[in-house]
Design a binder for this molecule. Structure first.
Ligand SMILES: [Zn+2]
Ligand SMILES: [Zn+2]
Length: 381
């Protein structure tokens, strides 16, 4: 059996587009004799933890990635009919640095680049590319779009830009879906690979598990686009080939370029991200210099709040309760947690953003800071 790894796979977290249930992916990979599989949802990483756990449970190696959207101009440009024509790009994390960079890029796609989709741009890709492998993606990839525009020169220029950035971790992606455009693109990419010395990689942009799931997937697309199956002009994939193909099927289609199959295994070997569970990892809250410890600052803020409500000399009952609450929070090791929550609530309030009881009481530890008589509200510290 040829060795092959699926490196371009959409789960149910490619909302209303990916029909693969996360738990089914590693199972199916294993059934077909593959020992690794990637997750590359559209613009998000919501599924990666569940995916990681599901893979570990099956003894399959998880490869953490994302099919990001790349803005045609900068991530800040948001003009109709121009900036909604984003490109696709597959990014896979090789190591912890790559995972952090990928998380950062995807987050920035939402916080800075959101326009129809969470979009990154070439500026931040350059800045946060360390530890990442890039594949040129589907027909919506930048290189492929230029090939389809019959602008090979531009396609090569874009491919070289990626090669300069990612070095040997940039691959031209070919797919066996049989679409006429893809057949043309595959041929051009194989030529380009030789000419520019950029390795090829075979993927199948899997949106569903088995060939027969293609019909259900079409229904999912109808739900996404608000169409009926009877609508002639609905968006569709145009083929039933986007499933988790077996290594044999992949190798058979690309028997003329076996290196594209071999490279999937090499890439899988390069990707080694481990998640650690069970350790609470709170961010460290940086306190102002004049305070020696986090607890000092926490006591300072709390005391200020107490004074605002009860004056310089609060009644003994209040003071005792105050001391008791502080001691519990400190003993439980939640001082930083409270400072962090205070920080974002305080930021929201000073920037005109509404925060209500739900924000605060949604916190897991609210019970230990709520005072029964409700006179002392901690979110007003
Ligand atoms: Zn794509
Ligand atoms: Zn895709």
């Amino acid at each position: 059996m040829p060795d092959f790894v699926h490196l371009h796979v959409h789960s149910e977290f490619s909302l209303l587009d990916g029909a693969n249930r996360i738990k089914d992916l590693p199972k199916r990979a294993k059934e077909l004799g593959m020992d690794s599989i990637a997750i590359t949802d559209h613009g998000v990483m919501f599924g990666v933890v569940d995916f990681y756990k599901a893979c570990k449970a099956e003894g399959v190696k998880p490869i953490i990635g994302c099919e990001v959207y790349v803005a045609p101009r900068t991530r800040f440009d948001k003009e109709a009919n121009i900036d909604n024509h984003y490109y696709h790009l597959i990014l896979l994390a090789k190591n912890q640095t790559g995972y952090k960079n990928l998380s950062r890029l995807v987050s920035m796609g939402f916080t800075e680049g959101f326009y129809y989709k969470p979009r990154i741009d070439y500026e931040i890709l350059e800045k946060y590319h360390e530890g990442l492998i890039a594949l040129s993606a589907c027909l919506a990839g930048n290189v492929n779009r230029e090939i389809l525009n019959d602008n090979i020169e531009k396609a090569e220029e874009i491919a070289l830009w990626h090669k300069n950035l990612f070095g040997e971790d940039y691959y031209l992606e070919i797919q066996p879906n049989g679409l006429p455009e893809q057949v043309l693109v595959n041929q051009k990419l194989i030529e380009m690979s030789k000419k520019l010395n950029i390795p090829l990689v075979a993927t199948n942009d899997a949106h569903y598990l088995k060939k027969e799931d293609a019909y259900n997937h079409e229904i999912l697309l109808c739900i996404q686009t608000g169409k009926r199956m009877t609508d002639e002009d609905r968006m569709r994939m145009g083929t039933d080939e986007f499933y988790i193909k077996s290594p044999e099927e992949m190798a058979e289609y690309f028997k003329n370029v076996p290196e594209a199959i071999e490279n999937t295994v090499k890439i899988a070997e390069k990707c080694n991200v481990e998640f650690e569970f069970g350790n609470t990892k709170l961010p460290n809250y940086e306190v102002p210099k004049e305070f020696a410890t986090h607890t000092d600052y926490f006591i300072h803020l709390s005391t200020e709040g107490l004074k605002r409500r009860y004056g310089e000399n609060p009644p003994k009952e209040i003071k005792d309760r105050f001391e008791y609450e502080l001691s519990v929070i400190e003993k439980m090791g939640y001082v930083d947690y409270f400072l962090i929550v205070w920080d974002f609530i305080n930021y929201a309030r000073t920037n005109g953003i509404s925060v209500g009881p739900r924000t605060w009481f949604g916190c897991r530890f609210n019970s230990c800071i709520r005072i029964r008589n409700n006179r002392y509200r901690p979110n007003k510290i």
